[in-house]
Design a protein around this ligand. Structure first.
Ligand code: ATP
Length: 370
């Protein structure tokens, strides 16, 4: 297995060379990943990337065409789901409709023959953490979608298991509750050291929760790494576009050398770049907060027009046009502009990125090349 996808010796769960097809659809192609004990591995990717299929293969609900699922150092491809000691919650959560929320939560523990008082304690604790304590007597039909989702999450988490599998478990909650749940979930996961594989299409959720992140695209791993690696060293423009709010600006142009200095040339504008980069067509990746507005004459700044602007909480994001492209500038504080207004934008290219014309990372500017 490639080193950058984690060492297979330190994993609680290791997927090795997994292929999966549904008819002609190649859902997973040579998938390798490692989930470590006590950590959250976040699987991030757009719709159709193969996230749910990966989780189902881990759970034993789908069988891979080839490859190995190794759990606790044992190949478990043929092990029945019920014998895997995993607990799962899927986006299409199924609760028992005819029993109360309390009994839905307690049902996960019934097989363990625990004392009633201990079950009560565990149910009340998880219900408190998930904010569903007030609904314990209700039937699932009398809950909102978000409340039902929290009950499903509680039911999965209350059950003792070696691995927790979560497929978009909080996707239906409103933003405020989602935020709270991320905090509660992280608290619970860290205090109980629950090993978790967590599927999401939301990069913020992946970064907030994942100790490690695997990014899937069309059934392949685009990158595996810690959250810092994924954010600071995206392997390609696919990942650069996926992470960040707003995501990184990706500006196609050419690296040229003039008088021994490298410049990134776009639409007749030459931007000085730190370090030495090979000449040729390339894509400059620059985060919106590394573009600044400047007033007064400046040789370094690019003159352009405001295309649009919007408020981002207490910040302002403006769109500017350079050549054919529209790019984002993130400013601290709330500002007003007029569409079409002329502004000067200075590019801070330290810690910006040069990708080749296929989208693979060549170098991070201002850092040692390579
Ligand atoms: P989403 O975020 O939309 O849930 P995902 O990343 O979880 O997407 P999967 O559900 O794993 O993606 O699907 C991966 C690919 O496999 C998709 O092209 C999907 O249409 C296909 N697929 C998944 N399950 C089946 C199935 N049972 N029969 C046929 N095709 C399937």
């Amino acid at each position: 297995m490639a080193n950058n996808q984690g060492s297979s010796t330190d994993g609680l769960l290791v997927l090795r060379g997994i292929h999966k097809k549904f008819g002609k659809v190649e859902a997973l192609r040579d998938l390798n990943l490692v989930a470590r004990k006590g950590e959250i591995l976040a699987i991030l990717g757009p719709s159709g990337a193969g996230k749910t299929t990966t989780l189902k293969i881990i759970a034993g609900l789908e069988v891979p065409l080839s490859g190995e699922v190794v759990f606790n150092r044992r190949v478990i491809n043929r092990l029945e789901p019920k014998d895997r000691n995993m607990s799962m919650v899927f986006e299409t959560y199924a609760l028992y409709p005819h029993i109360s929320v309390y009994d839905n939560l307690a049902s996960s523990l019934s097989a363990l023959k625990l004392q009633k008082s201990l079950i009560k304690e565990k149910v009340e604790r998880i219900a408190g953490l998930l904010g569903i304590a007030a609904f314990l007597d209700r039937k699932p039909a009398n809950l909102s979608g978000g409340q039902r989702q929290r009950v499903a999450l509680g039911r999965a988490m209350i059950k003792p298991a070696d691995l927790y599998l979560m497929d978009e478990p909080i996707a239906h909650l409103d933003a405020k509750l989602r935020h709270r749940m991320i905090g509660e979930f992280k608290h619970l996961q860290e205090s109980l050291e629950l090993s978790t594989v967590y599927v999401t299409h939301d990069w913020q959720e992946a970064i907030s929760l994942g100790n490690h992140i695997v990014i899937l695209n069309k059934g392949r791993v685009e990158q595996y790494g810690s959250k810092e690696e994924i954010y600071e060293k995206p392997k390609n423009t696919f990942i650069a576009k996926l992470i960040g709010d707003p995501p990184m600006n990706l500006i196609p142009g050419t690296v040229v050398k003039k008088a021994g200095r490298s410049f990134f040339s776009v639409d007749g504008i030459d931007l000085g770049i730190p370090g030495n980069v090979a000449e040729g067509s390339a894509v400059l990746g620059v985060r919106p907060y590394n573009l600044k507005l400047v007033s007064g004459p400046s040789k370094e700044a690019v003159k352009t027009e405001i295309y649009s602007f919007e408020r981002y909480g207490m910040n302002t994001v403006i769109s500017i046009k350079i050549g054919e492209g529209t790019y984002k500038v993130k400013l601290d504080g709330m500002h007003r502009f007029t569409i079409g207004e002329t502004v000067q934008v200075r590019f801070n290219l330290e810690n910006s990125y040069i990708f080749d014309d296929k989208g693979d990372l060549i170098t991070i500017l201002g850092k040692a090349n390579g």
